[in-house]
Design a protein around this ligand. Structure first.
Ligand code: G1P
Length: 293
């Protein structure tokens, strides 16, 4: 495909219908995507990553008790007035920066937890017939450049489908989507196959899919089959595996580190990492950590 024919990625889908059982009782009422890493909720971290990559339309696949997510990105006049009257300019700037541009937030629902593939399928009508990104808010990608930006830069040369991948220890491959490739040492790899949560000892590599995707709309054709896979769920990885034959499909090593903030340990690690690199509190966090050695 020549670069002239590559359709830009303008839309991003954020699956946010999950129950967050790993964080109960914190997530009894509050959506897990509102849990803060440093000074902003998980959903805002991924929103900012998408915005940095040039995404214009933000599609949330939401569910019951998730209204707080749309509220978070709305204009909050009383809060802004109070901050203004108190000359809290820095805070005001942060609050304004978390506002969604008018007319750019789209909501759809996933009524039942049938799997990630099903959640993405729920966004089919809003995505339409164009390429789109998927960002899993549980996974934060920290590096010199936004992960999705690194991916769109690759996409603008290759077109097709792109996933971000990262090495995991062999004994953990059963938790992830795993890549099969003939050129595992390259930064950009050609995808030969993808397997969701392989049985221990059967993984084709130790390169895991890390929750960032650029996909062509043809994926919806495969998701519409509603075939269940690992864990009895409709898996995005299985639908992607079906795309490999017909479409160009690449895996990209992210130039940074991922934080699985959907686990309690990963959440604490992410708070440490983001706290350490915060210009306001970084030194303080470093000092604090010394006490726990
Ligand atoms: C999902 C995907 C899996 C991917 C993982 C990344 O799994 O199905 O392919 O490796 O996210 O975090 P989940 O963590 O929802 O079980």
């Amino acid at each position: 495909m020549s670069s002239k024919e590559i359709c830009p990625v303008r839309k991003a889908v954020f699956p946010v219908a999950g129950l967050g059982t790993r964080f109960l009782p914190a997530t009894k009422v509050m959506p897990k995507e509102m849990l803060p890493i440093n000074d902003r909720p998980l959903i805002q971290h991924v929103f900012e990553e998408a915005r940095e990559a040039g995404i214009e339309d933000f599609i949330f696949v939401t569910g019951r008790q998730k209204e707080m997510l749309e509220e978070h990105f709305d204009y909050q006049p009383e809060l802004e007035k109070t901050l203004e009257s108190r000359n809290k300019t820095d805070m005001l700037k942060k609050v304004r920066d978390s506002e969604m541009p008018a007319g750019r937030l789209f909501l759809t629902r996933q009524p039942r937890p049938l799997g990630l593939g099903h959640a993405i399928w729920c966004a089919a009508k809003l995505v339409g017939n164009e390429p789109f990104a998927v960002l899993l808010p549980d996974v934060l990608m920290k590096g010199p450049e936004a992960c999705l930006k690194q991916m769109t830069d690759v996409y603008n040369k290759t077109g097709g489908n792109i996933i971000a991948v990262e090495e995991v220890p062999d004994e953990e491959t059963y938790k992830y989507g795993i890549l099969d490739t003939d050129n595992p040492d390259d930064e950009i790899m050609k995808v030969k196959n993808l397997v969701e949560k392989p049985e221990p000892g059967t993984a084709p590599s130790n390169m895991s899919v890390v929750g960032r995707y650029i996909l062509q709309p043809e994926i919806f054709k495969h998701l519409s089959a509603f075939e269940t896979g690992a864990g009895g769920e409709i898996q995005l990885t299985d639908a992607m595996a079906k795309l490999i034959d017909g479409e160009s499909f690449h895996a990209m090593r992210f130039n940074g580190k991922s934080y699985d903030s959907g686990s309690r340990l990963g959440f604490i690690e992410a708070n440490i990492a983001y706290g350490l690199s915060d210009p306001e509190i970084g030194e303080g966090v470093k000092e604090l950590l010394k006490q726990y050695k």
